[in-house]
Ligand binder design. Structure first.
Ligand code: C6P
Length: 404
């Protein structure tokens, strides 16, 4: 059982008011809130041991290096990677995907195919389009149905010995669909294709095991899972990370440099050029520790309750339509009110202290599929309550009255 009163005390921001009303934060899929335990780690870093890492012989640098590398081990354990050097620190999901897409430019040619799904965030579409432009490879799309589920029959038909890479999100940010990634990975491997899973929306809700999944690349951002912005990770199987060329050149990623020739460092440093987000990496580890203390099973059970409650209550509102009704979904509800622009509803909800996201959620192809400009998205985290959902429902009723 989740002790919600105790949990909410961990998040100082939940006490604030917005427009004179208690904050109801339902924009967790964009960025989650930060518990005091993680804030303390950030303050401790800048108060006590702020220094560059892997470079200094002095005490501060060594302390910072030890904590940064300890956080890498926390991330490794959390995702069950075989080796710590298979965890590459990045600035987030977007950079992780760009790093892999950049690397594959050296491995693809114009007879190759890559497969994306119709449910993707722009971060998992555009870097691959750029890759296809560079290499001449062809981009194929797994279609979705009205529920927001992927068409696995078509997926099987798209796969062939031309397929070199499949990239799909674990959970859709716009609809909340949980994709059948185990089956997607197995089928791709059967034709010899590698698989990248975008875990940005999954990691706040589940604990992925990259070895059990046998996935080639898994990427995520810390700020979706109680950590800070500007840091994330790329998990890559050792054999793939060794095959890919470096992404950026600079300090730390080299073995030897001369004007005639440069040789590169081994993993993970080959992909970590320049001074990284040291504090962010350490805080990412603290965020993972925090979430594991709450427990992912506890989190999932509680959020499923919120999803069920929220779905039932919202559907009681006349003219409200939910987009994304997959059997397997997480605590994200995307919806519209008949004849009313989502932006107007979002603006009025903000006046009532309720934070939701409105628009296309960086997933325009999904909006095009439903022939809508966007949706209102309420995304729940384990620190939200049913009372807050009641406030949202009341807020929507008021907004609807004002806008009709
Ligand atoms: N989605 C949302 O409101 P970054 O910005 O690199 O941390 O994450 C990008 C990203 C990639 N994939 C998925 C599935 C995502 O949901 C996101 C971020 C936020 O839905 C902000 S656009």
């Amino acid at each position: 059982m989740l002790d919600i009163d105790k949990i909410r005390k961990d998040f100082p921001i939940l006490n604030r008011k917005v427009n004179g009303k208690p904050l109801v934060y339902f924009d967790n899929a964009a960025t989650s809130q930060t518990p005091q335990q993680v804030i303390d780690v950030i303050v401790d870093y800048y108060s006590n041991y702020n220094a560059n890492i892997h470079r200094g012989v002095h005490a501060l640098s060594q302390e910072a290096t030890d904590k940064y590398e300890a956080a890498r081990l926390t991330i490794q354990n959390h995702f069950n990677a075989k080796h710590a050097y298979e965890i590459i620190y990045t600035s987030g999901t977007t950079e992780s995907i760009n790093l892999v897409a950049h690397g594959f430019a050296a491995l693809l040619n114009k007879s190759d195919e890559v497969i994306v799904s119709a449910l993707e965030h722009h971060s998992n579409i555009v870097p691959w389009q750029m890759l296809c432009e560079k290499t001449g490879a062809t981009l194929k799309v797994i279609p979705m149905n009205q529920e927001g589920e992927l068409d696995m029959v078509v997926y099987a038909q798209l796969l062939s010995n031309k397929t070199k890479l499949v990239f799909v999100n674990h959970i859709s940010n716009a609809l909340g669909t949980i994709n059948p990634i185990e089956s997607i990975i197995k089928q791709a491997h059967n034709v010899g294709a590698a698989v990248l899973i975008d875990g940005a929306q999954a990691c706040p809700h589940v604990k992925p095991d990259v070895q059990a999944l046998n996935v080639d690349f898994y990427v995520t951002s810390a700020h979706k899972m109680c950590g800070p912005t500007g840091v994330g990770m790329l998990y890559g199987k050792q054999e793939w990370l060794e095959k890919l060329p470096p992404y950026q050149g600079g300090g730390e990623m080299i073995d030897q440099v001369s004007f005639e020739k440069t040789t590169y460092a081994g993993l993970p440093h080959k992909f970590e050029a320049g001074t990284p987000n040291i504090c962010g990496g350490i805080a990412f580890g603290a965020a993972i520790d925090y979430m594991n203390t709450v427990g992912f099973e506890t989190i999932a059970n509680y959020e499923n309750e919120l999803l069920k409650y929220g779905t039932e209550k919202l559907l009681e509102i006349d003219g409200l339509k939910i987009y994304g009704t997959a059997k397997n979904k997480t605590s994200v509800i995307s919806f519209n009110l008949d004849g009313i622009h989502p932006y107007d509803v979002g603006t009025l909800l903000d006046k009532m202290g309720i934070a939701v996201r409105t628009g296309h959620h960086c997933a325009q192809p999904i909006m095009d599929y439903f022939k809508i400009p966007g949706t209102i998205r309420a995304s729940f985290a384990f620190y939200n309550t049913k009372q807050e959902i009641d406030a949202l429902v009341e807020g929507i009723k008021k907004a609807k009255m004002m806008l009709s």
